[in-house]
Ligand binder design. Structure first.
Ligand code: FAD
Length: 325
């Protein structure tokens, strides 16, 4: 019976959190349309794949090459396409991450098959229906997939990873080629952000600051709340990134990163449409703003109208008390 192929992501030989979300999305899809979940990961030798069975994968293909330490667009796409052609899959599921946004269209183009990008929900009941946000999240579009195989990328942090233990068999394949002279694009270096904090696109809690903080030094208040949560990242509006208060890697929004954490706290951010585009699918949104008419309150689940300089230290204190940290 045709199955679902989950394309996993690794960094430095460890599976990324989004890989477990992709497996969960693939399992949900497979339970609706039938078939098993198989997975593929492409990377350097020695990837730690122990968790694949725990999240529902029944067969894992590990395609390795010494030169796959960094994502290499053409060889990675070739490896996945080769797998799809050798197997029998209704759908290929991957993360709508920086890598997935590049890889998904390459796979779909090579297979001449449909691509549904950045899905926030997948309904599988005989057929496949995918929901994806449009117009900076102001509208949701529902796509019905009419031909298979298809490629679906899922928005990170939207499909909460669920354990679903399975016996997994692993096949390691040595890729014939790395990024050789024939490739048209090659990843040469990946620059890590200077901070040791979590990446804004991967954290369960994101605390973002905007121009309401008045000056870059006041981001210390945001960082204190982030540290109090522990599993959190610092985010920022474009206004403060443009002002040089925060690096671009922190920016949330249309021209920054798209995030969907469990909790998004917007502090001194007005809620311009371009900012909302990057965070409105967050599970719970809390906004602190002194202007009760600020548009951010339209998407917030909890709104605190007041001066952030008074509220933030008290909020941080309460989080520390509640978490016993
Ligand atoms: P402001 O709009 O100035 O808001 C500051 C807020 O702080 C106000 O609501 C104010 O009431 C509040 N405030 C002030 N003092 C206090 C206080 N003491 N206590 C509590 N609240 C206080 N923006 C993004 O964020 N991300 C993007 O990716 C992005 N991409 C863009 C792409 C394009 C093509 C364009 C044109 C714009 C883009 N923008 C983006 C910019 C966006 O339009 C806004 O200008 C920006 O988001 C505003 O940032 P802000 O909310 O920090 O600042």
């Amino acid at each position: 019976m045709p199955g679902v192929l989950a394309v996993l992501e690794q960094r430095d030989g460890a599976l990324k959190k989004v890989s477990h979300e992709v497996l969960t999305a693939a399992c949900g899809l497979a339970s609706g349309i039938g078939g098993a979940v198989e997975a593929i990961v492409v990377g350097p030798p020695g990837i730690d794949t122990d968790s694949v069975g725990a999240f529902g994968g029944e067969k894992l293909f590990v395609v390795t090459h010494e030169d796959f330490k960094l994502y290499q667009p053409e060889p990675y796409a070739a490896a996945v396409v080769e797998r799809v052609k050798s197997g029998d899959y209704t759908a290929v599921v991957l993360g709508a991450t920086a890598m997935g946004k590049d890889l998904g269209p390459r796979i779909a183009a090579r297979l001449a098959c449909p691509l549904a990008a950045d899905a926030t929900a997948i309904e599988a009941n005989g057929g496949i229906k995918v929901t994806r946000p449009l117009y900076s999240g102001k509208a949701l579009s529902e796509l019905t997939i009419t031909s298979t195989p298809c490629v679906i990328s899922v928005r990170p942090n939207t499909f909460t990873a669920k354990e679903n233990a399975r016996e997994v068999s692993v096949e390691v394949i040595q890729a014939p080629d790395g990024p050789n002279a024939a490739v048209r694009a090659r990843t040469v270096v990946v620059k890590e952000p200077e901070t040791a904090r979590l990446d804004v696109a991967e954290a369960a809690v994101v605390v973002s600051g905007g121009r309401g903080l008045k000056e870059s030094e006041n981001f210390k208040l945001v960082e204190d709340l982030v540290d109090a949560f522990g599993n959190a990242a610092v985010g920022a509006s474009r206004a403060v990134v443009d002002a040089g208060w925060r690096p671009h890697s922190d920016q949330v929004g249309q021209t920054g990163k798209t995030v969907s954490p469990q909790l998004y706290v917007a502090i001194g951010i007005s809620g311009a449409i371009q900012h909302l585009a990057g965070m409105r699918t967050s599970r719970v949104i809390v906004a602190i703003n002194k202007d009760k008419e600020a548009p951010i309150f339209k998407v917030a689940d909890y709104g605190i109208v007041g001066d952030l300089f008074e509220i933030l230290p008290r909020l941080t204190e309460e989080v520390i008390k509640a978490r016993g940290t």
